[in-house]
Each structure stands twice: as structure tokens, then as C-alpha cells.
Design a protein. Sequence first.
Length: 183
Amino acid sequence: MENIIIALPKRKESEKIGRILTSFGIETPVIYSSLPEILSASGKGEPGILIMGENLNNISYFEVCEYLPENYDVILLSEGINDRSIRDGVVGISIPFRPEELIKTIDIICSVHERRILKKQKHHSIPFAGRSVKDKQIIDRAKRILMEKKDMEEPEAHRYLQKCSMDAGVSLVESAKKILTVM
């Protein structure tokens, strides 16, 4: 579950939101009342959600957003939410609200964060355009053989492999394997 920070001007309001979240099985969120506390808690590198009103001790949510890490989203609780006044990374909920609406919003934000993390992990774990390390090595060996035996430059060898793949209707790796067995 995400790090959830509640920062409303009145501590009783923050505690009420905390009880709502806890009653829906969400870990007890942390309640803060100042920008330095929020920034300290949000700066640990993990994604999170800040639930706040339009102002916190004379600091607007716009200003708070300027200092938050990119992996933090804000749920803005406010009367008469105006879409034009809300910026990226901020989801507005008009007050009064139903607890289910807040929970659903948190779930959606958490899902988006999870997809971002999975996408990042997937991107970093596959080194060459979705190919395994073994496939990349096969392709590289085939290109080296073409470069040595056919006196080609690397881009030319790669294009040759691509053309052979397309002509034969097989993958680049299959064409590379054929070249390795023939040559």
C-alpha cells in the first residue's frame, strides 16, 4: 500500500479522514500539519498520496505540489472543485464526500503507481528491445560473422539480418541462428 499523508488545517479533520481510511482496511496514514513534515515524509523515494485541503497554514496546495516528489499524487478536498484550478497529479474531491469516493480515488491512484513501477521494472530488466540477453548475443554473433565474412559495417549487417527475417517470415533471432549454422 502507498504512503498516505493527511495534511488538513484542523487536526480533528485529519483524524476523521484517518479513521475513514482505517475502517476500509487502509494502513493508518500519517498526519502532518506543516510543509517541512510533509516533505520529510514524502522524500523517501517511495510513491505516495497526500490528502489535503486548498491551504495548509497559509500555504496553498499549488505551493505544496511544487515541492512534492514526482511519485506523489495529491487528493484535494475542497468545496466547489473547479477543474481549471486543478493541476496534473492532483485529483479533486468535493466536500462533503462519501467515504467510498475517497477510497475509490485512493485505489485508482495506487493502481496507477503500481503500473508505473511494473513498467519501469519491465523496461530495466530487458536490455534490448524486449529480447533476452541470450537472443541479443545470438544476433550480435551473427552480425559479427557477417561483418567479418561479408565485409559489412554493423548497421549494414543488421539491415541484412532484418531483410532475411522479413523475406523468410521468421524472427530476427531465427535468421541469426540460420546464419550461425550456415557460416
